[in-house]
Design a protein around this ligand. Structure first.
Ligand code: ADP
Ligand code: GLC
Length: 508
């Protein structure tokens, strides 16, 4: 039976021998073998996330699974192993230089997506986030922890992890998986690799003395390799050695080729762009972001009928210690870091409160911002409420209940929060940069300001307050925001094109 089936890969690419057949074996039926993609990530919202990367890692593979045999590789953090359900150990990956051996586990998400999990308790069985300990300090062995991830990705791609599967293409995300493409090149393996940059500011830079521990050849420590201003950089390695680079909006793809946004890598990224190796593909948001069905909301609503927003607003007021009010409610849902312009939001608070507005903030991050926000709430009881931490239900009710979302990010590769806010009828007030510029139409479905200064931000807030006072205008803008297409379909098609191009380049 088997030999009468004609296997046909989607692209002209030498396929691996052991593709898992998706259709039942019938003589003379032509079966298109789905290409196999290994999606390598350091967070996935199903089990653990620190921000938008975790949400994209949960959504994009699902948007692509109809077209590909896409599997996820993630470190076996405590939070992953405690939630994923049964994990079968299907192989062992050997130690290499200073990188310890580990088991390779295989589990599945509730909806049947295959997840490869690295079983290495000494590296991953800890409380805290994927990157930092409970005090917000980077784990001191992050180089080994994520070199382990990159090396495993290279091994699995080549069929040395799961002996029944190998990858036609590796999709890497941010610096934690950046070394995977380098390991493949150093082994002479020509498997196409895509690196998606979610945030250029996080680079995974380490001392050069770590090279030998990570199995990085001395010869690779140069400008055409892993070296970045005297350091070893995982992100630079990923950019240099991957077949293709994407980032998460078109505007950010242009911005990062300029010194102001390039974080020292703009020269290399300009070269990538000139070679046609750099694309911007905007993120989507998944279907759970629907205010008419979201189980976290106190009251459902829709673009046609927004009355339910009020009950959600009152719930937020109650939860954040705010007074009952008919005035505008502003939300901040954010990692509390410099990138997000938290200082600008704090400085603009007086303007909002003096005009009868209220502010609810949820997030965590740099201690100085956490402290300043708590002091702000203390100064404005009933008008400013702050929760340090993160809670999915609170966040969703804040998008649903608020009238405006403050997002004065200094740079924003894509940004998901503004899209969640729009979908839930809260108008983002945001700096015209990166994905914010690509998803917000000024005066139509949100407000944009041109430079990240307090005065420009306050001008945009004033425009928001004026709109709030004109009900018909507010309703029209809300409706436009809620109806803006936000899904993953278009972006998933763009990734398909990029995959195809990367495979063709690898063949050439
Ligand atoms: P970034 O990834 O830079 O933080 P995004 O706008 O892409 O920015 O993603 C923000 C989303 O990440 C928020 O809407 C929220 O869902 C989630 N998020 C924000 N802060 C936290 C946090 N401390 N822990 C977990 N998720 C968070
Ligand atoms: C990063 C970026 C954010 C983006 C997210 C998902 O965390 O800061 O702008 O939305 O990744 O791609």
């Amino acid at each position: 039976m088997l030999e009468s089936i004609q296997l046909e890969a989607n692209v002209a690419f030498p396929t691996v021998a052991h593709a898992e057949l998706q259709a039942s074996a019938q003589p003379s039926i032509s079966v298109k073998r789905r290409q196999s993609i290994l999606f390598v990530t350091s967070e996935i919202a199903d089990y653990i996330k620190a921000g938008g990367l975790g949400e994209v890692s949960a959504a994009l593979p699902r948007a692509l699974r109809h077209h590909y045999d896409v599997r996820i590789l993630i470190p076996g953090y405590r939070q992953v192993l405690s939630q994923i359900g049964p994990v079968e150990e299907i192989g062992r990956l050997p130690a290499s230089f200073g990188i310890p051996a580990c088991g390779l586990g295989r589990g599945t998400t509730q909806d049947g997506l295959t997840v490869y999990v690295l079983l290495c308790p000494e590296l991953y069985d800890r409380d805290g986030s994927p990157y930092v300990d409970g005090f917000g300090v980077d784990w001191s062995d992050n180089d080994i922890r994520f070199a382990r991830l990159g090396l495993a990705a290279a091994d699995i791609a080549c069929g040395n992890g799961d002996h029944l599967w190998r990858a036609d293409l590796l999709h890497l995300n941010d610096w934690p998986s950046g070394l995977a493409s380098a390991y493949l090149v150093w082994r002479g393996q020509h498997i196409p690799t895509i690196l998606t940059i979610h945030n250029l500011a996080y680079q995974g830079n380490f001392d050069r003395s770590r090279l030998s521990h990570l199995g990085i050849p001395d010869a690779a420590f140069q400008i055409n390799g892993v070296e970045f201003y005297g350091k070893l950089s995982f992100l630079k390695a990923g950019i240099y050695y991957s077949s293709h680079i994407t980032t998460v909006s078109s505007t950010y793809a242009h911005e990062i080729t300029r010194p102001e946004f390039g974080c020292g890598l703009d020269g290399l990224l300009r070269t990538c762009a000139e070679q046609g190796r750099l694309d911007g593909i905007i993120n989507g948001i998944d279907e759970s972001w629907d205010p008419s069905t979201d189980p976290y909301l106190v009251s459902p609503f829709s673009a046609e009928n927004c009355r339910g927003k009020r009950a959600n607003a009152n719930n937020v007021r109650q939860n954040f210690g705010l007074a009952l009010s008919n005035g505008p409610l502003f939300a901040v849902v954010s990692r509390l870091v410099h990138q997000k312009g938290v200082d600008l939001a704090i400085s603009a608070a007086e303007t909002i409160v003096s005009q009868g507005g209220q502010i609810a903030v949820i997030g965590q991050g740099e201690p100085r911002f956490e402290n300043e926000l708590q002091a702000l709430a203390h100064r404005h009881p009933g008008s400013v409420g702050v929760k340090i931490g993160y809670d999915e239900g609170d966040a969703r009710r804040m998008y649903a209940g608020s009238d405006f979302l403050l997002m004065p990010s200094r740079f924003e590769p894509c940004g998901l929060s503004q899209m969640y806010a729009q979908r839930f009828g809260s108008l983002p007030i945001a700096h015209r940069t990166g994905g914010l510029a690509d998803t917000i139409e000024d005066g139509v479905n949100g407000f944009l300001f041109g430079e990240p200064s307090l005065n420009r931000f306050k001008d945009a807030i004033k425009r928001g307050l004026d709109t709030f006072r004109s009900r018909p205008r507010l309703t029209a803008m809300r409706r436009a925001a809620m109806q803006r297409p936000h899904g993953w379909d278009r972006s998933a098609s763009r990734y398909q094109e990029v995959y195809q191009r990367a495979c063709q380049t690898a063949l050439a």
